[in-house]
Design a protein around this ligand. Sequence first.
Ligand SMILES: [Zn+2]
Length: 214
Amino acid sequence: MTQWHPHPDQLVEFAAGSCRPGISIAVSVHLHYCSRCRQALSELESTSAVLFEQQAPAPVADTAFASLMDRIAREPAPAAAPEPQTEQRFPRALAALLPESLDELDWKQPMKNLRVTRLMKDDSGLIVGLHHMKAGGRVPNHQHRGEEISVVLEGGFSDRLGSYGEGDFIRRSGRDTHSPQADAHEDCLILSVVEAPVKLTGPLGWILNPFLKA
Ligand SMILES: [Zn+2]
């Protein structure tokens, strides 16, 4: 069971089809692992279908979504939630961007324990890429320039704010600094979605914005 989820507003946007494309990929990948968010999404979708059918003239109360999420958080995950395909190594939204083997990707290696590759840039300027950290490897403390979304695909890592495993959806703002370290027993593969970098930011710029040269 994943511990870190998209913000409820992101699920609402996703349900409405109004997410930026890069974020939509990250949310889709998280949904593959998370029955709680799949349930929230299907409730959202049926709620909007009902509202649409009724053409309700009155707006929904501001608190309606918060109380829905509250209720879902308190309920146990349903045993009957539809299971995603598991025979594939990666969720479909990501698999569509990948060659047959990850080795075919154009990896850059900014440091010994870390390699990165860029998969696509969406039309809103978000870059979707992969980070691959060696088992036990640590990335020096750094700060991001903009928001970064990470979804753990394989393995796990931790930083001063928490520990993250498969499926976890982690959002870091430009103010957070962190020094992620991969779990000791296996390599960690992470999907990342970041704003396209505008410039390098000093000696650590390559680590901050590794996609600049990708
Ligand atoms: Zn979730």
